[in-house]
Design a protein around this ligand. Structure first.
Ligand code: HEM
Ligand code: CU
Length: 547
């Protein structure tokens, strides 16, 4: 294996906390930097959601004014996607991928570090826009023209300008991160680690990052063009001149539908690692589950027009995209089936990571069913722009992906920090999150079916009941982060020392110390079998001396 590993002599020791504030090229440090930064932005995104839900507690407008309300839900959606889920997923992948494939580092450590340091820049640009005279962007996270290219304040530097700049920089960062992760998985696997021996988490990260490389340039390009329309007098998307706003919708969704899988695939990866470990059984149908990750990626590039069924889309196109959209249910269904079959007759252990994984899978099933409903053109047109949509996608982005991130953080916490978290606090966190999430997001479905449209700050009093339930659920969800933060901080500082492999899990990351040394392994492992050998006698890896 070629050794393209760079390590500067001044790199601080693995126990020194100061390295988390430095321009480190160690993938483990970068992984933690991403995770912590993303979590801080998650708190901002959550705070904005709390204000939105406080406004929606009563039918009248009473907490914020309408423009601020628009700004808050725009910032909430943007921050949650570009600054929480994306960077948290990339952070976990950064930490884990080299360990899982038996590598010392990622392929391009410096590129990796630059990609990370662009994230705080994106966050500062977005949050700074609250202080502009024009206020923040208010055109929603998808920023459709013509709304997004109006500039009522007349200032060159306005909220929408900063939003577009931030999305462009986030795109550049994600493309850099994608190049690094895809190359690492292609080029840096240890001897014996063939594609069909890679853990499913590696497969899902690979599939998700391929999507970033293939589709993200469409959004980044569209954001730059929109910036020119807004600020420099071009006319790509303006319906008032020669431009075509529907082209923007195509470019946006060509990326932003696959983006859903960039967020969800790593969650499927986490479920596939956690469930076998706590059911003490090999993952059912490993190869099919692994390869269906790639299938999901391929199909998800062919479905974007389902977001445009109501955008004067011709009928033949609607029918075509309805069919492709329903097709995604096949590879995702395979995965849900495999997790269920893995649990079947397993020796289940309900520690915190398993609770989050099982809760996440159950709620993903719900999201999948409402998703197939939405793929059907007549149904989608009926609920277009209502709270049903908001309910559906929060079951994906919160109840599935955020739950999976929590599962992953608890599962690998002992490896990352060398300490155990507190199980009692973890379980409390799970139950508050699970109950809060369902109270918060379930009512959005009946509300949408009854006709409550989204992105409104005041509503008809007939919708009050379910909105009160949703808002109380949201406040519970907000509170649920407190035991998490308390647990993570106190366990990191003072938790019980963790063994190398506290869960008796398979996987190369568990064969090295907790936390791993600077170059991950004392000796590069040689892989001799498929992953998930729970209950089987052969070993995953041998060291070179025993071959
Ligand atoms: C902390 C719990 C959360 C609560 C209480 C919450 C609540 C809400 C509410 C009330 C809206 C406004 C809906 C509308 O008026 O159309 C919204 C929109 C949105 N949320 Fe969340 N949400 C939460 C977590 C998340 C997460 C984790 C994501 C991850 C991606 C997310 C992504 C979005 C997006 C993309 C929008 C659409 C924004 C727009 O209309 O432009 N939310 N959320
Ligand atoms: Cu979609």
């Amino acid at each position: 294996m070629t050794n393209i590993f760079i390590k500067s002599a001044s790199e601080p020791e693995p126990t020194n906390w100061k390295r988390y504030f430095s321009f480190s090229t160690d993938h483990k440090v970068i992984g933690v930097q991403y995770l912590v930064t993303a979590f801080i932005f998650f708190l901002f995104g959550g705070l904005f959601a709390m204000i939105v839900r406080a406004e929606l507690l009563t039918p009248q407008l009473d907490v914020v004014d309408r423009s601020l309300y628009n700004g808050l839900f725009t910032m909430h959606g943007t921050i949650m996607i570009f600054l929480w889920i994306f960077p948290a997923n990339v952070g976990l992948a950064n930490y884990l991928i080299p360990l899982m494939i038996g590598a010392k580092e990622t392929a391009f450590p410096v590129l990796n570090a630059i990609a990370f340091w662009l994230i705080p820049v994106v966050g500062i640009l977005l949050l700074f826009s609250f202080f502009l005279p024009s206020g923040t962007a208010q055109a929603g996270w998808w920023s459709y023209p013509p709304v997004s290219i109006q500039n009522p304040s007349g200032h060159l530097i306005n909220g929408e300008f900063l939003w577009l700049l931030a999305v462009t920089i986030s795109g550049i960062s994600s493309i850099m991160g994608g190049v690094n992760l895809v190359t690492t998985i292609f080029r840096m696997r240890s001897p014996g680690m063939t594609f069909l021996r890679m853990p499913v988490y590696v497969w899902t990260t690979f599939s998700a990052q391929l999507l970033q490389l293939f589709c993200l340039p469409a959004l980044t390009g569209a954001a730059i063009m929109l910036l020119f329309d807004l600020s420099f007098g071009t006319d790509f998307f303006s319906p008032f001149k020669q431009g075509d706003p529907v082209i923007y919708q195509h470019l946006f969704w060509f990326y932003s539908h696959p983006a859903v899988y960039v967020m969800a695939l790593p969650a499927f990866g986490v479920f596939s690692e956690v469930i076998p470990a706590f059911a003490r059984k090999p993952l059912f149908g490993y190869k099919t589950v692994a390869i269906s990750s790639l299938l999901i990626s391929v199909i998800s590039t062919l479905v974007w027009v389902h977001h445009m069924f109501a955008s004067a889309t011709p009928n033949w196109m609607r029918i075509l995209f309805m069919a492709t959209s329903m097709l995604v249910a096949v590879p995702t269904g395979i995965k849900v089936f495999a997790w269920t079959a893995t649990i079947w007759r397993g020796k289940l252990h309900f520690q915190t990571p398993m609770l989050f994984a099982l809760g996440g899978v159950a709620m993903f099933l719900f999201a999948g069913i409402s998703g197939v409903m939405l793929a059907s053109v007549p149904f989608d047109i009926h609920v277009n722009n209502t709270y049903f949509i908001v309910g559906h996608f929060h079951y994906v982005v919160f109840n599935t992906v955020t739950m999976a991130l929590y599962a992953g953080i608890y599962f690998w916490f002992p490896k990352i920090t060398g300490r155990m978290y507190s199980e009692g606090w973890g379980k409390l966190h799970f139950w508050l999150t699970f109950i809060g999430a369902n109270l918060n997001f379930f009512p959005m479905h009946p509300l949408g079916l009854q006709g409550m449209v989204r992105r409104i700050s005041s509503y008809d009093p007939q919708y009050t009941g379910w909105n009160v339930v949703a808002s109380l659920g949201a406040f519970l969800l907000g509170m649920s982060t407190l035991p998490f933060i308390a647990n993570i901080v106190s366990s990191w500082l003072r938790g019980r020392k963790a063994l190398n492999n506290p869960w008796n899990a398979t996987g190369l990351e568990w064969t090295t110390s907790s936390p791993p040394p600077i170059e991950n392994f004392e000796e590069i492992p040689i892989v001799t079998s498929e992953p998930y050998g729970y209950g089987e006698s052969h070993r995953l890896a041998a060291d070179s001396s025993s071959i």
